[in-house]
Ligand binder design. Structure first.
Ligand code: AMP
Ligand code: MG
Length: 362
């Protein structure tokens, strides 16, 4: 029988849901989650970027469960999360001076640093690379959980591979119920997009993935910082990203996404034109607008990601809005581009990936 086959391939396990208020943390519940991690289980938890799916980073069998639960390709390495700056030492070969400055300034927070790895880091974590990506999250539930687990915690985003990252516990439940040991329900993730991944192993620090810490903020501390060309190259498919995860389709809702980029009024006009064309063919159209433009559209499913004046609101809303379009069940999402500066770099990176690089320039 079909359903038996499904169970065989993918045995469902019991998932405990632990409600924890981030402003008044129930330490007993958090200790339960910490024990699950220490004992080799998987726990999804909120961080300030997105929800993560954690396992003991030093336990290969535990880490394997993350890849299985998410359906994540094994060559896509995981970020190791720590509770205190000192915890980085055993995981890396050495820490250059300028990196101390970065850690002091941006940790805890949405910055992941790529170091040459030490021997204790299993190669399953690093996808076979000799480097390891490490972050110290700022979210009180994440920090306390990792401290209670007493081990470094490998944690990719807590979504099924390929889907938009989860910024609410309900997103995690939708994707991972029955696939993980516990889910901590702890509210909304403030930043809403993943961490910035910065490679500090070369001469000039290189951004491998734009995220919650902007290029401008890094440059103000480092002076020089470059962006891996492969992640801004769009159609130049021969460039292979240094961050293995960046080569995969990502953040994709069920509907096709088309991003329209250019001067704002021209963008609105173009979206209206595509909307009409698509509706003639019977398609249900979603429009990802901003507060400044949402009233210019009608006769479609229109969701705003927030005001262009407040990019932090847009990052906070982006993945939730992509998932909402799935719930509504549109066939195509026409998304307004956001200006590519500050947090706009991270927003556009995620949007273009969701769109499989399908951009209309006007
Ligand atoms: P996620 O955990 O889903 O936020 O994805 C983690 C991101 O960090 C992916 O894009 C990985 O490719 C990247 N990453 C993790 N470890 C490394 C590493 N050692 N070198 C380069 N990128 C890495
Ligand atoms: Mg992810």
């Amino acid at each position: 029988m079909n359903s038996d086959k499904k169970t065989e391939v993918n045995t469902l396990i019991h998932t405990q849901i632990l409600e924890i208020n981030p402003n008044d943390i129930d330490m007993d519940k958090l200790a339960m989650a910490g024990n699950i991690l220490r004992d080799g289980g998987t726990v999804a938890f909120p961080t300030e970027t997105v929800y993560g799916l954690g396992a003991n980073a030093l336990d290969e069998a535990a880490v394997k469960k993350i890849f299985e639960a998410k359906g994540r390709p094994s060559d896509n390495p995981l970020i190791v999360h720590i509770a205190n700056i000192e915890d980085v030492k055993p995981l890396v070969m050495d820490i250059p001076d300028h990196v101390h400055v970065l850690m002091e300034k941006f940790w805890p927070g949405p910055l992941t640093l790529v170091f040459p790895k030490s021997n204790i880091v299993p190669s399953m974590i690093t996808g076979g690379l000799d480097t390891v990506a490490i972050r110290m999250p700022a979210h009180p539930i994440a920090r306390n959980l990792i401290a209670m687990a007493g081990v470094p915690v490998a944690a990719p985003s807590a979504n099924l591979s390929g889907k938009p990252s989860p910024t609410l516990a309900s997103h995690v439940v939708e994707d991972l119920l029955g696939r993980v040991d516990a889910i901590i329900s702890g509210g909304n993730c403030e930043v809403g997009v993943e961490s910035t991944v910065l490679d500090i192993t070369g001469e000039v620090p290189m951004i491998l993935r734009p995220g919650g810490v902007t290029k401008e903020a890094l440059a103000s501390v480092l002076g020089e910082v470059v962006v891996d060309r492969a992640i801004t190259a769009g159609d130049e498919k021969h460039l292979i990203p240094k961050s293995p995860g960046m080569k995969y389709t990502h953040y994709a809702p069920k509907a096709n996404v088309v991003v329209v980029e250019g001067e704002l009024q021209a963008v609105v006009n173009k979206i209206q034109q595509i909307q009409q064309e698509k509706q003639k063919t019977g398609m249900k159209v979603g429009i990802m607008a901003t507060d400044e433009t949402k009233d210019k559209y009608d006769n479609a499913q229109i969701l705003s990601v927030g005001s262009r004046e407040r990019l932090e609101t847009i990052t906070n809303n982006l993945f939730r809005v992509l998932r909402e379009f799935d719930e509504i069940g549109v066939d195509i999402i026409l998304a307004e581009a956001i200006e590519r500066k500050g947090l706009g770099d991270a927003v556009m990176n995620r949007l273009l990936k969701a769109a499989g690089n399908s951009v209309e320039r006007v």
